[in-house]
Design a binder for this molecule. Structure first.
Ligand SMILES: [Zn+2]
Length: 96
């Protein structure tokens, strides 16, 4: 069992969240305190984080495809790939 350093409540390990305070110290808090401190509830936060991860993968994938297209098909395809990558990035960050 862990203890929330904010409200001193006992909380199961899987619910424990690590939060950094203004001094940069890491501490264990519960989801309720996370919401109180950050103004976003943890599910929204986790969702955004997951979304950002997916965007990153999509962009990386496009970049890899761009490099491949550049080497296999030439400069025009490479430029097309870069444009596509930018579009994917813009679209993904907008979808949030
Ligand atoms: Zn708490």
């Amino acid at each position: 069992m862990l203890k929330c350093s904010e409200c001193q409540r006992d909380l199961p390990e899987k619910e424990a969240l690590v939060n950094k305070n203004e001094e940069g110290e890491q501490r264990i808090i519960c989801p309720e305190c996370f919401q109180k401190l950050t103004g976003v509830d943890y599910k929204t936060f986790a969702f955004r984080k997951e979304n950002a991860k997916q965007t990153l993968w999509a962009v990386l994938f496009c970049l890899a495809a761009t490099v491949y297209a550049f080497m296999e098909k030439g400069v025009e395809w490479g430029i097309g790939g870069i444009v596509l990558t930018v579009l994917v990035y813009l679209f993904s960050s907008k979808a949030k």
